[in-house]
Design a protein around this ligand. Structure first.
Ligand SMILES: O=C1CCCN[C@@H]1CCCn1cnc2cc(F)c(Cl)cc2c1=O
Ligand SMILES: [Mg+2]
Length: 513
């Protein structure tokens, strides 16, 4: 399908839905809540996984795979940590025609699966640190209101679970992992994020504190939590009796972290909020977000011609298209295309060519623009005669003719420039949305102007709850997104915008997904 029916700035939700379909990222499946991830999405996921996996191996993480299933009594062990989550748990109750003696849960996250074995494996300080990461799927049957129920059944993620002898080691790793998440967003997806700490109300209830990277979508004025890195303190050590004998022979509880490259548990995409289309469509986005957080990249960089992929995650970075004229030497042109692809692949670029006879060059230009390929190379008779190629950038449409001999250097320079340009543009757009406010009136005006709000806060949970109550509405209430580590100056006497009490910190507030 060529061309977009919807414009990004006119109808964001529809535009988004069309882009991820037309770019052949995912396909509907006939069980609601399940989706087929097609190569154009899976290849991006695999590029991100390759980077993240290599980096955590440097941090001595070991790969594990724990069972998909967890018994009821083990799952129930975490009443406080799973309170509120219980309706999300999917259960296996039968095999064939016969009922199981006891229902078995499908993991919604793996704390209760893993930690009884952490308790068994950790005896002495010599068994620490324990560093476990698994790449797997998890199932959560989420319903979210007020939009008519939404189910996301299964998504892929990595979940890291680590145990240390001291809090200092745990605190350090939380930030090391958070930096990797920042790099995934800013260096690969070219999406600017803010590192910060979640409030007591927004953090993972089972943990000690939560840090996150927060993205923002200017079109909808909503924040999106990108990934989370929790310090669990000794809470789970107490619940699961995960203790070790220290050097002095005394018994101590371990300090733990858990972190996931995942998305918020309930993502109401702009689509769900603004365009109540069929349930199928809604599930589609939830999965899109869940699986890959690629939704943020699509929204950040996409335009009215379709996807715009940052080169570092583009499954194809350069597409070479022959432009044959009727009487031209099509064989020579095709040969030039093949050698250009060969040269680029040899130099480590992901290049491919589209020599399909049944499509015109024009059709191919639109097709590969829709899929967001960063560079297109056209080779026609004139280019052949002049020993040059024409290169067209997807991000700004610029065309440049370059000598074949400079192909590799030019392509490298262009791809690097595209990667940097996408992040720079996204950062400028995001920063233009940030509004520093000091009073409640300024806050409500900024909120309605779809701004990312930076406000002085007294850090009291009651006030956070009060802001939610006072901003309740069909677009969702305002909430704290994070307290950025990078704190602006807080002049003596600055008052909290919502309570008038002495402010303790600057926090990002806004509506979110
Ligand atoms: O976010 C992470 C990083 C990776 C490991 N997990 C933590 C916390 C997950 C919270 N959470 C999130 N969703 C859940 C859904 C459930 F059905 C149940 Cl039983 C529990 C939970 C739950 O604990
Ligand atoms: Mg959830």
């Amino acid at each position: 399908k060529l061309g977009m029916a919807y414009k990004k700035d006119d109808n964001f939700g529809e535009w988004y839905s069309e882009v991820v379909v037309n770019s052949e990222m995912i396909e509907y499946y006939d069980i609601s809540g399940c989706y087929i991830l097609r190569p154009w999405a899976m290849e991006i996921w695999e590029l991100l996984k390759e980077f993240f996996d290599a980096e955590i191996k440097k941090l001595k993480l070991k790969p594990y795979y724990f069972p998909l299933f967890v018994t009821e009594n083990v799952l129930q062990k975490e009443k406080d940590h799973i309170e509120g989550f219980a309706p999300e748990v999917a259960w296996v109750t039968k095999s064939g025609k016969s009922e199981l003696e006891a229902p078995i849960a499908i993991r919604p996250t793996s704390e209760t699966v893993m930690y009884p074995y952490f308790s068994k494996w950790i005896r002495s300080h010599r068994d620490l640190p324990l560093r476990c990461n698994q790449w797997c799927n998890v199932v959560r049957w989420e319903f979210s209101n007020p939009t008519p129920f939404i189910r996301s059944r299964e998504f892929l993620w990595q979940e890291g679970h680590t145990a240390f002898a001291t809090k200092e080691e745990a605190d350090e790793e939380v930030l090391q992992i958070l930096e990797l998440y920042r790099r995934i967003y800013e260096e690969f997806l070219a999406v600017p994020v803010s590192k910060g700490r979640k409030s007591e109300m927004e953090k993972f209830a089972g943990g000690l504190y939560t840090t996150s990277v927060e993205a923002f979508i200017p079109n909808t004025g909503r924040g999106i939590q990108g990934a989370t890195s929790h310090c669990l303190g000794q809470n789970f050590a107490k619940m699961f009796d995960i203790t070790f004998e220290n050097e002095k022979g005394a018994r101590e509880m371990v300090w733990q972290n858990s972190w996931a490259y995942t998305t918020r548990s309930v993502i109401l995409t702009p689509y769900l909020i603004e365009n109540l289309l069929s349930v199928l469509h809604k599930l589609f986005f939830l999965i899109m977000y869940r699986f890959l957080q690629i939704g943020v990249m699509v929204m950040t960089h996409g335009d009215d011609k379709g996807l715009v992929l940052p080169p570092r995650v583009a499954p194809i970075q350069v597409i070479v298209i022959p432009v044959p004229y009727k009487d031209a030497d099509t064989t020579a042109i095709k040969g030039a295309c093949e050698s250009a692809v060969y040269t680029l692949n040899e130099s480590g670029f992901r290049a491919d060519l589209d020599t399909r006879e049944n499509y015109s060059p024009g059709w191919k230009y639109s097709h590969w623009e829709m899929k967001g390929v960063p560079l297109r190379i056209e080779i026609g008779p004139k280019d052949l005669a002049n020993k040059q190629v024409r290169i067209v950038r997807r991000d700004n449409g610029a065309k440049v003719d370059i000598p074949v001999d400079n192909l590799v250097d030019e392509v490298k320079a262009l791809l690097d420039d595209i990667q940097a340009n996408l992040l720079k543009t996204a950062k400028e757009k995001r920063d233009a949305c940030i509004e520093v406010i000091h009073t409640w009136d300024e806050f409500t005006i900024a909120l309605n102007n779809k701004r990312l709000i930076l406000a002085p806060w007294c850090d009291e949970e009651e006030v956070e709850k009060d802001v939610k109550t006072r901003t309740k509405g069909d677009l969702g209430a305002a909430k704290t997104l994070c307290t950025p580590f990078d704190q602006p100056e807080l002049p003596e006497g600055t008052l909290c915008f919502a309570s008038g009490k002495p402010a303790k910190k600057w926090s990002f507030w806004g509506r979110s997904y």
